[in-house]
Design a protein around this ligand. Structure first.
Ligand SMILES: Nc1nc2c(ncn2[C@@H]2O[C@H](COP(=O)(O)OP(=O)(O)O)[C@@H](O)[C@H]2O)c(=O)[nH]1
Ligand SMILES: [Mg+2]
Length: 384
């Protein structure tokens, strides 16, 4: 069932921190350690094997949550090189540790060193080099591999991503709400060129908003721009869902969908692609409130949203999302006819983005504390 809690123009409820704990992950801190080099063999001038490297490989349609789930210890340690022996004068090298990371991550060590980006599928990056083997010039002692914590950050396309079926008014909203076009537009990891605007506030705060076109019914199954679109929704802090109060019809051969059906279908599309998307912060905008009978329709939708259980019981299963998406707020606007409503939307967005930032801040503080504690417990105070 979809849980939609909101008051129109009401106060933003303090966000629960649950979504940050369990939900969508846009960064992950891991520990990497290259293997140590093997020792040399002084008697025969034998050289120890090189330690294995830790190597990240970019893969499409992978999330940081997948990475976390595949190795909950978050430790990536490559094998050491073998010592030189009288049988193996050249010690065999340690095996590299290779693992997959999402396209669009950037990797930075705690010391602030940027290890690089993974922008395209199959890109590879050495995160920690293995140590060199022992030989005559280093006293036949293999050296340790590089070792440090690394933060994986999913590069953002924008703070806010506009999500909606065609014709809902996304482009009109973006145009009406944003003041400037940033010069960035260089997102090597995207194949869709997002249209981005900057929301400028009186205190010079800037928030970026992207119109990611191409979401249609069936997108999760790669209809339309499908995955290309949906994977970019991941790279925003807030989903701004836009629905036309009059509903939507893709074409004459498609059924007409009411506004509420639209909302459900949008949620369903997100869920079918990746259910973690439902734990992203979201807000709902009902657009075209200037059109005939819009207010009556809006009131009806409002009561239906309050009584979703009843509405869902006669709702076809294939259109019914299983998960819950919590909207911070539902805002009726007219992007085209009512600049005041757009201005209000802009203010509400600012508030929400600030709330999200606060939550992240608190979360990252506890995260670090917990990690330090567990690292001390696990491996003694040496590594971090
Ligand atoms: N009546 C009315 N029309 C609107 C409003 N916002 C957008 N439109 C119209 O709806 C159509 C689709 O808008 P657009 O921004 O291109 O939608 P997008 O496909 O979601 O980007 C255009 O003809 C807009 O002029 C609105 O608030 N009221
Ligand atoms: Mg558009």
């Amino acid at each position: 069932m979809v849980h939609i809690s909101s008051k129109i123009f009401g106060k933003i409820k303090q966000a629960t921190r649950k979504y940050l704990r369990q939900g969508f992950r846009d960064n992950l801190r891991i520990y990497v350690q290259g293997g140590p080099g093997g020792n040399g063999y002084p008697k025969f001038g034998g050289v120890g094997g090189k330690g294995g490297d830790v190597i990240g490989i970019a893969k499409e349609n992978l999330t940081l949550e997948d990475v976390y789930k595949s190795n909950r210890s978050k430790r990536y340690i490559a094998k050491g090189g073998r010592h030189s022996t009288h049988n193996f004068i050249l010690g065999p090298p340690g095996e590299d540790l290779k693992f997959e990371l999402p396209v669009g991550v950037t990797l930075v060590t705690d010391a602030g060193k940027n290890l690089g980006d993974l922008n395209n599928p199959d890109d590879q990056l050495v995160l920690a080099k293995g140590g060199t083997g022992g030989h005559s010039k280093n006293g036949y002692l293999g050296t340790k591999g590089q070792a440090y914590p690394v933060t994986l950050d999913l590069k953002l396309i924008a703070d806010i991503g506009l999500v909606g079926f065609p014709n809902a008014g996304k482009s009109t909203i973006l145009k009406g709400i944003s003041h400037a076009k940033p010069k960035i537009a260089n997102y090597p990891f995207t194949t869709v060129k997002p249209n981005i605007g900057i929301l400028l506030y009186d205190d010079n705060r800037q928030i970026s908003m992207a119109d990611l076109p191409g979401l249609i019914e069936g997108a999760h199954a790669n209809k339309g721009m499908g995955h290309k679109f949906l994977k970019h929704v991941e790279r925003t802090k807030l989903m701004l869902m836009v629905a036309d109060i009059n509903g939507f019809q893709l074409g004459p051969q498609y059924p007409h969908r009411s506004c509420l059906e639209n909302i459900m279908l949008l949620i369903k599309e997100l869920e079918m692609y990746n259910k973690d998307l439902l734990s992203k912060p979201a807000m709902l905008v009902i657009n075209k409130m200037d059109t005939d009978g819009a207010l009556a329709k809006f009131n009806e939708i409002e009561s239906q949203l309050k009584n979703l259980g009843g509405y869902f019981s006669n709702y076809p299963e294939e259109q019914r999302p299983e998960g819950k998406l919590k909207f911070y707020e539902i805002i009726p606007i007219s992007a085209k006819e009512n600049p005041e409503s757009v201005k209000l939307l802009k203010e509400r967005l600012r508030k929400i983005i600030d709330v999200i930032a606060d939550e992240k801040e608190k979360e990252s503080q506890t995260d670090v504390l917990e990690e330090v504690k567990s690292s001390l417990k696990e491996r003694g105070p040496v590594l971090i």
